[in-house]
Design a protein around this ligand. Structure first.
Ligand code: ZN
Ligand code: ZN
Ligand code: FE
Length: 762
C-alpha cells in the first residue's frame, strides 16, 4: 500500500442485500487496491475502507455509479475513521442486529448471464429450470422470515452440492451468497402430473407439457408467485375452453411470448414499452394489437390492447422454446379467488380447469401475481403493482409513525409505514370471499414479521361494511383511524410525489363511501394529508339497484336520462331507448324517485358507464370499468368541441350539473353523430370543465398544485389531455407513477393520511 493511508466508514442504504452487493464492493475494492471489509447491517451495508485518499474517493463514487442491477441505493454516507492497517479486503459475517430492517429484494427475471448458461450445452446448468444468481431469481416469494438466509427460505430443504457450495462461498463468483443457488444435482426439479398422479420429471416433463399445450390442453404451470394457467394463445378453441372453465368471460388474458421479435408479429412496441418489457421486473405490459395476427380472438375480445410479458423464469424460457408464438399465462385461479400457490391447493382448485399440472418442489411462501403496467408518454403507469416491485418501498418525504393501512375492498393492497418508507403489499384482490380475506390477513402478518414493524395505529376506509374495515375494527389493540376513500386516493398521489400542505385534488373514481352516506367518485377536494374539504362534485344521481347498476351500465343511462329529461325521457328519439324495455326502465325511474335500493352517486365512473350505454357500446359489463374503457377506446384521436357545462355554488361546495352534458350527448345521438365523435366530445367536455373549475379554485385559494388520482385516471385520454391542459394554464400537476391510481394505491394514502391525523390528534 502507498505511504499516506486514510480510512473511511461508508454506510450504504437502500436495497443492497440479496442483490450481490457485497461481492460488488469486494471487486471494487480489489480493483482500487484498497483494504478493509464490508458487512450487512440492519440498515444496509457498511464498508470500512483503507487506502490512499484519491483511490478511496474513486471507490466511493463508483458505489453509486456501478451498483449491481438490482440494487437501489437511497444514500451513501461516509466519514473518516481511524486506520486499522488492514492488509486485505474481506467480506465479514453479518453483524448481530443484521437483517430485520434491511430491505428485501423483489423477485427478478433471469439475468443475461444465467440465460446464457441455460442455453449453453457445455454448461453444467444447461436447460436447468431453476438457474439463478445474485443478480436474478426468486426472493420475496421464497422468504419465510428474515434475515434473508437460505434456512429462512423455501430452499432450506435443498443441501448444496460441493460445486454449488464452492460458488456460494467464493466472493469472486456471481453466485456468492446467492441463497436460491442450485443445480440439477442438488436443487429443485419439475414434474408433470395429472389427476391420476405423477407422469414425468425433468426435461421429459417440460417436453411433454409443450406437446400437450400444442394439442390444445390447459396446463397449470407453477411460477414464481403462484400457478399460471397456460394454453396455446393461437388456439381459439383452447382459449375459449379456458375461459369457460375459469368462469372468466371477457376480461383480457395475459400473454407470454418468447422474445420481442415474436411480440412484434401481434402487437406494436415503442421504445418505452420495450424498456419496461425487458426490465428485470418483467411486468405485463399493455400493447396495442396489430390488426391481424396469429393470436386467437378469444384472448382479448373487443379490446384494442394485449397484455404481454416476456418469460421471467428459466422454466418459462424452456417451455416457450418449443415454438409457441405466445402462451396465455393467466393467474391460476377461478375468477375472484386468489392465485393458487401451494401444490395441494393447486391440485384441488385447478383440477377442474387444467388438464395437467407442471409443478416443482421449491415451495412458494408468498403469493405474488404478475404486475400490470401501461406506458404513456414515457411514464410507467401501474394498473397492478405486484411481482417484481413488491416489497420495494415508496420513499416518503419524512419519517412516519408505524401505521398499518388495510386498503379498500376491490384490488386490495395493505400498506405498512416505517420511518420514511411505505411498504405497499402485493395485489391481494377483491375482498369478497373467504380465501381472499385469508390471504389479506396472512399478508399483514407476513409483512409485519419480515419488515419488523409493530403498528401503533391502524387505518381503514370509512365504509362500514368493507371486510378490511371489519378487520381493522377487530384489531382493538390499536387506535383506529378511518380515512375517506377519495381523500386516501389524493394523499396516495401526494405521498409518492413528496407533497405537503394543501392541494387541489381531482378524485375521479368508480365507488367510494362518502361521509354523507352517498357514494362519491367525481370529486374535487381541497386536501392535505390530515384533512380535506369537498370543493366540488358531480350532481348525485340514483344508482337503481345499487351494485346491479355497476354491472348494468344501461341502468345508469336510464338514471341520467330521467335526471335530465324527467318525464320527457320516452319522447327522445334515440336508439338506446328502442334497445331497452320501457316497463323495466320505468321501474328504475320509480326506484330512483322513491329512493328504493337506489343510492345516490356522484361517481365519474358511473357517468362514463351511462354514456357508454347511451352510445350503445354495451348494456352489461363483465368487469368493473369495462364500459368506460370501451368508451375511451372508441374515441380515437382528433379534436372535438366540448358540450355545454356549468356548476352551481351550494352549501357544501359546488355542484357540477351533469344534465347539460347528457343533453349534449342526446342531441348528438338524435342527429346521428357517430359514437367515436360523441366520445371525443364527452372527453373534451370533462377536460374543459375540470380545468376551468381548477382555475376558479386557484383564484379562491391561491393553490396551483393539482393532484390527480382514482380509478378513472386509468383512462389515458382523460388523464394525459387534462394534465397537459392544466399545465398550459400554469398548474403544477402530480399523478401516480409508483402505485396504481386505482384502489390498489389506496392503502398508501390511508397510511399517510392516518399518520397525519394521528399526529394532529396527539
Ligand atoms: Zn442470474
Ligand atoms: Zn448443485
Ligand atoms: Fe377508488
Amino acid at each position: 500500500m502507498a505511504d499516506v493511508l486514510t480510512a473511511r466508514r461508508v454506510q450504504v442504504r437502500g436495497i443492497v442485500q440479496g442483490v450481490g452487493f457485497r461481492p460488488f464492493i469486494f471487486k471494487l475494492a480489489e480493483e482500487g487496491r484498497l483494504c478493509g471489509h464490508v458487512a450487512n447491517t440492519s440498515s444496509g451495508v457498511q464498508i470500512h475502507v483503507e487506502g490512499p485518499p484519491e483511490r478511496i474517493e474513486t471507490f466511493i463514487k463508483a458505489i453509486r455509479a456501478q451498483a449491481p442491477p438490482l440494487a437501489q441505493i437511497t444514500a451513501v454516507d461516509s466519514r473518516p475513521v481511524a486506520c486499522g492497517n488492514s492488509t486485505e479486503f474481506k467480506i465479514i459475517p453479518s453483524q448481530r442486529e443484521a437483517g430485520r430492517s434491511a430491505l428485501i429484494s423483489p423477485d427478478v427475471a433471469i439475468c443475461a448471464d444465467c440465460l446464457g448458461e441455460l442455453s449453453d450445452p457445455q454448461d453444467r446448468r444447461n436447460a436447468y429450470p431453476f438457474i439463478n444468481c445474485t443478480n436474478c431469481g426468486p426472493r420475496y416469494t421464497i422468504i419465510a422470515d428474515v434475515p434473508y438466509d437460505r434456512p429462512k427460505t423455501s430452499m432450506r430443504h435443498f443441501q448444496m452440492c460441493p460445486a454449488c457450495q464452492a460458488e456460494y462461498d467464493n466472493p469472486r463468483d456471481r453466485r456468492f451468497h446467492a441463497q436460491p443457488n442450485a443445480c440439477e444435482d442438488c436443487g429443485p426439479e419439475v414434474a408433470l402430473e395429472d389427476v391420476n398422479g405423477p407422469l414425468l420429471r425433468g426435461d421429459a416433463a417440460i417436453r411433454e407439457t409443450a406437446h400437450r399445450l400444442d394439442q390444445g390442453q390447459i396446463i397449470a404451470v407453477k411460477g414464481l408467485g403462484g400457478y399460471h394457467l397456460a394454453v396455446d394463445a393461437a388456439n381459439n378453441a383452447a382459449v375459449k375452453r379456458l375461459r369457460r372453465r375459469k368462469h372468466r368471460e371477457e376480461k383480457p388474458l395475459a400473454l407470454m411470448a418468447p422474445d420481442l421479435e415474436t411480440i412484434r408479429t401481434f402487437a406494436h412496441i415503442d421504445p418505452d414499452e420495450r424498456e419496461v418489457l425487458t426490465s428485470p421486473q418483467r411486468p405485463i405490459v399493455l400493447l396495442r394489437k396489430r390488426a391481424a395476427s396469429a393470436i386467437a380472438p378469444a384472448v382479448s375480445p373487443r379490446n384494442a390492447w394485449f397484455g404481454v410479458m416476456l418469460p421471467y423464469t428459466p422454466l418459462h424460457y424452456l417451455l416457450l422454446a418449443y415454438g409457441f408464438t405466445a402462451l396465455v399465462m393467466t393467474s391460476g385461479n377461478l375468477s375472484e379467488e386468489p392465485i393458487a400457490m401451494a401444490d395441494t391447493d393447486a391440485r384441488r382448485r385447478l383440477a377442474p380447469i387444467a388438464d395437467a399440472l407442471l409443478t416443482h418442489n421449491r415451495e412458494i411462501y408468498q403469493r405474488c401475481d404478475d404486475s400490470i403496467v401501461r406506458k404513456t408518454h414515457g411514464v410507467t403507469r401501474f394498473l397492478r403493482r405486484s411481482r417484481g416491485y413488491v416489497p420495494v418501498p415508496v420513499f416518503l418525504r419524512r419519517r412516519q409513525p408505524a401505521v398499518l393501512a388495510c386498503g379498500a375492498e376491490l384490488k386490495n393492497t395493505v400498506c405498512l409505514l416505517k420511518e420514511d418508507r411505505a411498504f405497499v403489499s402485493q395485489h391481494i384482490g377483491d375482498l369478497e370471499n373467504l380465501a381472499t380475506y385469508e390471504f389479506f390477513e396472512s399478508t399483514i402478518d407476513h409483512l409485519q414479521r419480515i419488515l419488523d414493524i409493530a403498528p401503533q395505529v391502524i387505518a381503514c376506509d370509512l365504509h362500514p361494511d368493507y371486510l378490511s374495515t371489519r378487520y381493522a375494527r377487530s384489531r382493538d389493540d390499536l387506535p383506529l383511524i378511518q380515512v375517506q376513500h377519495h381523500h386516501a386516493h389524493i394523499v396516495s398521489a401526494m405521498a409518492e410525489n413528496h407533497l405537503e400542505g394543501r392541494v387541489i385534488g381531482l378524485a375521479f373514481d368508480g365507488t367510494g363511501y362518502g361521509p354523507d352516506g352517498t357514494i362519491w367518485g367525481g370529486e374535487v377536494l381541497i386536501a392535505e394529508a390530515g384533512r380535506f374539504e369537498r370543493a366540488a362534485y358531480l350532481t348525485p344521481v340514483p344508482m337503481p339497484g345499487s351494485a346491479a347498476a355497476i354491472r348494468s351500465p344501461w341502468r345508469m343511462a336510464v338514471s341520467y336520462l330521467a335526471h335530465t329529461f324527467d318525464d320527457r325521457l320516452h319522447d327522445l328519439d334515440i336508439p338506446f331507448l328502442q334497445s331497452i324495455d320501457r316497463k323495466q326502465a320505468d321501474v328504475l325511474v320509480t326506484m330512483g324517485r322513491k329512493k328504493i335500493n337506489a343510492p345516490l352517486t356522484s361517481s365519474l365512473g358511473r357517468l362514463f358507464d351511462g354514456v357508454a350505454a347511451l352510445l350503445g357500446l354495451r348494456h352489461q359489463v363483465a368487469f368493473e370499468g369495462q364500459a368506460a374503457m370501451e368508451l375511451e377506446m372508441t374515441a380515437g384521436d382528433g379534436d372535438a368541441e366540448a358540450y355545454a357545462y356549468h356548476w352551481e355554488a351550494v352549501d357544501d361546495g359546488r355542484r357540477i350539473e351533469v344534465a347539460p352534458i347528457i343533453e349534449g350527448v342526446v342531441a348528438d345521438l338524435i342527429k346521428g353523430i357517430p359514437a367515436p365523435q360523441i366520445s371525443r366530445r364527452f372527453h373534451a367536455t370533462l377536460i374543459a370543465l375540470f380545468s376551468a373549475l381548477c382555475s376558479e379554485l386557484r383564484q379562491e385559494t391561491d393553490l396551483d398544485r393539482v393532484v390527480m388520482s382514482g380509478g378513472a385516471f386509468q383512462n389515458v385520454l382523460l388523464s394525459t389531455v387534462l394534465e397537459r391542459q392544466l399545465e398550459r394554464q400554469g398548474f403544477r400537476v402530480y399523478t401516480q407513477r409508483l402505485v396504481p391510481p386505482n384502489d390498489g394505491g389506496i392503502s398508501l394514502g390511508q397510511a399517510v393520511a392516518a399518520a397525519a391525523m394521528w399526529a394532529s390528534a396527539a
